[in-house]
Design a protein around this ligand. Structure first.
Ligand SMILES: NC(=O)C1=CN([C@@H]2O[C@H](COP(=O)(O)OP(=O)(O)OC[C@H]3O[C@@H](n4cnc5c(N)ncnc54)[C@H](O)[C@@H]3O)[C@@H](O)[C@H]2O)C=CC1
Ligand SMILES: O=C(CO)COP(=O)(O)O
Length: 339
């Protein structure tokens, strides 16, 4: 049994708190929002974000950050990515030397192009930072449906410790040393999922969706490998696995926002309607800037940026993608008659 502090009480922080509580750990969950703290304490359920998922009486819910951090065996950082750096800065004074922090959010900081674990390490240098990612919607984890994830950590010892803490008969956890690949896959897939949602909103079919998923992972892997991520990661749970679920699931916030935009809503209208964080909107510009910096072709990411920020119509963007110059599927494969 471990003492765990979960920082952030949105749908993912709440679902993981319930999982860890079911695993026998003592969980303290913190929210910046005192109304949310009061509501969770009174109702023992996040009715708006995770209806039907009960929080046990044993779980402590607090608005006091120090109480959620001090003396905990490990921390789970579950705030949406736009708040990661500011939250980490506030956490720093209470974090002990070597205290483990598992980041479970997915995003890239637009101004610095840093991943979330890199930001946390900058703000809390004394922490042992790890990540958890994979195809895992909170709504299904909350209902205890079989789910798989990956813990990325700097040492096998930390990875195995966290694997043991999270793993359960309904939540199978693998471990990996490729933190960068895991984080890039997790954040870039959200941008592609916006495009998949737009295709659904436009009334396109399964062929279109399969094309976006397959060409999408090709873009993610091209950039990710140039940045130092590993091919195996992009073909694994935190790469193609998470891309598939986010492009296909009725639970996906990114797919839903894209769907609404495909139906003609503005980016802001779509985000307001989803009412939970749409990370792809925050990571889209960073993805385009990384593509430029590393000189990698990312046509779907470029098209999503044009739709989000330059007023291009989704239908026109799809037409342009279809009419790009003809290509080999894999530029690296040699032709026997050309070698
Ligand atoms: N919801 C899901 O199924 C999954 C979400 N994730 C990732 O986890 C992260 C969180 O996602 P969700 O929980 O779905 O988002 P959410 O939109 O439900 O989270 C909102 C919560 O963030 C906290 N918050 C709001 N403003 C804040 C601020 N200024 N400072 C600190 N905390 C603040 C509050 O507790 C609020 O309830 C995202 O990066 C998402 O991509 C990853 C896997 C699954
Ligand atoms: O990362 C996720 C599932 O693994 C959540 O995706 P959405 O934010 O699109 O719901």
């Amino acid at each position: 049994m471990a003492n765990v502090g979960v920082i952030g009480a949105g749908s993912w922080g709440t679902a993981l708190s319930v999982l860890l509580d079911d695993n026998g750990h003592q969980v303290t969950i913190w929210s910046i929002d005192l109304e949310e703290v009061k509501m969770l304490n009174e109702q023992r359920e996040h009715a708006k974000k995770l209806p039907g998922v009960k929080l046990s009486d044993k779980m402590v819910i607090t608005g006091n950050l120090q109480e959620a951090i001090e003396g905990k065996d490990f921390l789970v950082l579950a705030v949406p990515s736009p708040f990661t750096r500011a939250t980490a800065k506030k956490m720093c004074p209470y974090v002990a030397e070597g205290q483990k922090i598992v980041d479970v959010a997915k995003g890239i900081e637009e101004s610095t192009l840093k991943t979330l674990s890199q930001q946390i390490e900058e703000e809390i240098p004394q922490a042992d930072v790890a990540v958890l990612s994979g195809p895992s919607h909170a709504e299904e984890v909350g209902r205890k449906l079989p789910t798989t994830c990956v813990i990325g950590a700097k040492t096998k010892k930390t990875a195995e410790y966290l694997q043991k803490a999270f793993i359960s008969p309904v939540f199978r956890v693998y471990i990996s040393p490729d933190i960068l690949g895991i984080e890039l896959g997790g954040s870039l897939k959200n941008v592609i999922a916006l495009a998949a949602g737009m295709a659904d909103g436009l009334g396109y079919g399964d062929n279109t969706k399969a094309a976006l998923i397959t060409r999408g992972i090709a873009e993610i892997a091209r950039l990710g490998m140039k940045m130092g991520g590993k091919l195996e990661t992009f073909t694994g749970l935190t790469g193609i696995g998470d891309l598939i679920v986010t492009c296909a699931s009725v639970h996906s916030r990114n797919r839903k926002a894209g769907y609404l935009m495909g139906q003609g809503k503005s980016m802001q209208e779509a985000m307001d309607e989803v009412q939970m964080v749409v990370e792809g909107v925050y990571s889209a510009k960073a993805a385009a800037r990384l593509a430029e910096k590393y000189d990698v072709s990312m046509p779907i990411v470029t098209a999503v940026n044009q739709i989000l920020f330059e007023g291009k119509k989704a239908r026109d963007a799809v037409n342009e993608l279809m009419l790009r110059e003809s290509k080999n599927e894999h530029a690296s494969l040699p032709w026997p008659d050309e070698v």
